[in-house]
Design a protein around this ligand. Structure first.
Ligand code: OGA
Ligand code: NI
Length: 361
C-alpha cells in the first residue's frame, strides 16, 4: 500500500494532537488500521524490511572493577574501541541497582497506561523546559508521524518543578536522575581517558551540564509494516543513557546494515551523540539508530537520559578539543556556537547525519 496522498494532513495531525489520545490510546481503542498520518512512503519502508544482521552484536561491556587499577585500563580500552567503531555499547554491572531499573520502567509504564484525561494534564508542545507529554515531539515538523508517545522531563540546568512531574513516576524520576548522572560522569571519564585526556575534562568543560529524561512508549501497532516506532537519527548531544524493557525494537546502523540492540535484562545501553563526535574530532562516532513499530501486544518502554553541553552561554564556541589536535590530526570540524548548532538541528530533516556533516571543514 502506498502512502496516502490527497488528504488534509495538517487537519488530521491537529485533530490527533488535540485529542491527546496518543498512539497508546489509538492502540488501546482496538483499531486495526493505522491513520494516514502514520503511513510511511514505500521507499522509506523498503529499508526496514531488510532483516537485521545476526552475525554481529553491539559490544557488551562489564563495568565491574571500574575503579580498580587492575580492571580500569581494560575497560577504558573496551569503551573507547566501542565508541570509535559502533558509537553504541551495552553495559552490565554498571552499579545502578536493579530496583531502580525496574522501578523506572514500571513507573513510566504506569504513566502511559493511565486514561487519556490523566495524561492530558501534562500535554504540552514546549520542548525546551519543564514537563512535556505528547505523541511525536516533531509532529508538526516531520512529514510522517511515528508510532510512539513521549513523556519528557528536564533535570538540568533548570529542573522541572517537582509538583509538575506526574505523581505516578515522580519519586522514580528523581532517583533515576541521580543514578544516571553518576554513571554518565563515570563514562565521560572513561571516554576522556580513552582519548588520552584528563578524566575530568568533559565535565569541567560543562559537557554533562544539561540533562533531560525522555521516556517513550511504543504500544502495539496493528500495521507495523506501514510505519516505524521512531525514525532513523543520531542524537545531537554528548552522551545518551538508555534503559529499555524486554520488548525488541531498537536497531543501530553498523556498516550497511541494522543490528538489533538486544533488551538484555539489567543492562543499560549507551551511545555517543553528535556533540561528542565533533569535540572528539571524529574519534568517537555518533551513529544512526531507529526503532521499529512494535508488533507485540506488550508495550515497548524505553527511558533515555540525554547529557548535553551547557548551552547557557550563547556566545561560547564549541569545536574539536585543542588537546586532540596535532599536525597529523588537524581539526576536521569547524567551531560553532550552540544556537547555531540547534538551528541547524531543527532545520535539517530528522533522520540524517546532516548535522555533523554540516560542520565538516
Ligand atoms: C531517542 C532514541 C530509542 C528508543 O529518543 O533518541 O533513540 O529505544 N530512542 O526509544
Ligand atoms: Ni536517539
Amino acid at each position: 500500500m502506498a502512502a496516502v496522498v490527497g488528504y488534509d494532513r495538517l487537519k488530521e495531525v491537529k485533530e490527533f494532537d488535540n485529542s491527546k489520545i496518543g498512539v497508546k490510546g489509538l492502540s488501546d481503542s482496538g483499531i486495526t488500521t493505522i491513520p494516514n498520518i502514520f503511513v510511511h512512503p514505500p521507499e522509506a519502508l523498503s529499508d526496514l524490511k531488510k532483516s537485521s544482521s545476526t552475525c554481529t552484536e553491539v559490544p557488551l561491556i562489564d563495568l565491574s572493577g571500574v575503579n580498580s587499577d587492575l580492571h580500569r585500563p581494560k575497560i577504558v580500552e573496551q569503551i573507547s574501541e566501542a565508541a570509535r567503531t559502533w558509537g553504541f555499547f551495552q553495559l552490565i554491572n554498571h552499579g545502578v541497582p536493579v530496583s531502580a531499573l525496574d522501578g523506572m520502567i514500571a513507573a513510566y509504564k504506569a504513566f502511559f497506561e493511565q486514561p487519556t484525561e490523566e495524561k492530558a494534564k501534562h500535554h504540552s508542545r514546549e520542548e525546551s523546559h519543564g514537563v512535556m507529554y505528547a505523541s511525536n515531539n516533531d509532529l508538526y515538523r516531520s512529514k510522517v508521524a511515528t508510532w510512539h508517545d513521549t513523556l519528557q522531563i528536564w533535570r538540568a540546568p533548570e529542573p522541572a518543578k517537582e509538583e509538575d512531574i506526574p505523581a505516578v513516576c515522580r519519586r522514580e524520576v528523581v532517583e533515576w536522575d541521580v543514578h544516571a548522572k553518576k554513571l554518565a560522569e563515570t563514562l565521560m571519564e572513561l571516554l576522556c581517558e580513552g582519548l588520552g585526556l584528563e578524566g575530568g575534562k568533559l565535565k569541567e568543560l560543562g559537557y554533562s551540564e544539561t540533562r533531560a529524561i525522555v521516556g517513550h512508549c511504543y504500544p502495539y501497532c496493528p500495521q507495523p509494516d506501514l510505519t516505524v516506532g521512531l525514525g532513523a537519527h543520531s542524537d545531537y548531544g554528548v552522551l545518551t543513557v538508555l534503559l529499555q524493557n524486554e520488548v525488541y525494537g531498537l536497531q543501530v546502523k553498523h556498516g550497511d546494515g541494522w543490528v538489533d540492540v538486544k533488551p538484555l535484562p539489567g543492562s543499560l545501553t549507551i551511545n555517543v551523540g553528535d556533540t561528542l563526535q565533533i569535540i572528539s574530532n571524529g574519534e568517537y562516532k555518533s551513529v544512526e539508530h531507529r526503532v521499529l513499530a512494535n508488533s507485540s501486544t506488550e508495550p515497548r518502554i524505553s527511558i533515555i537520559e540525554f547529557f548535553n553541553a551547557d548551552n547557557r552561554d550563547k556566545l561560547r564556541v564549541h569545536g574539536p578539543l585543542p588537546e586532540l589536535l596535532t599536525p597529523e590530526k588537524p581539526a576536521i570540524y569547524r567551531n560553532f556556537t550552540f544556537p547555531e548548532f540547534i538551528k541547524n538541528f531543527f532545520s535539517k530533516p530528522f533522520g540524517t547525519k546532516a548535522l555533523v556533516e554540516n560542520f565538516l571543514l
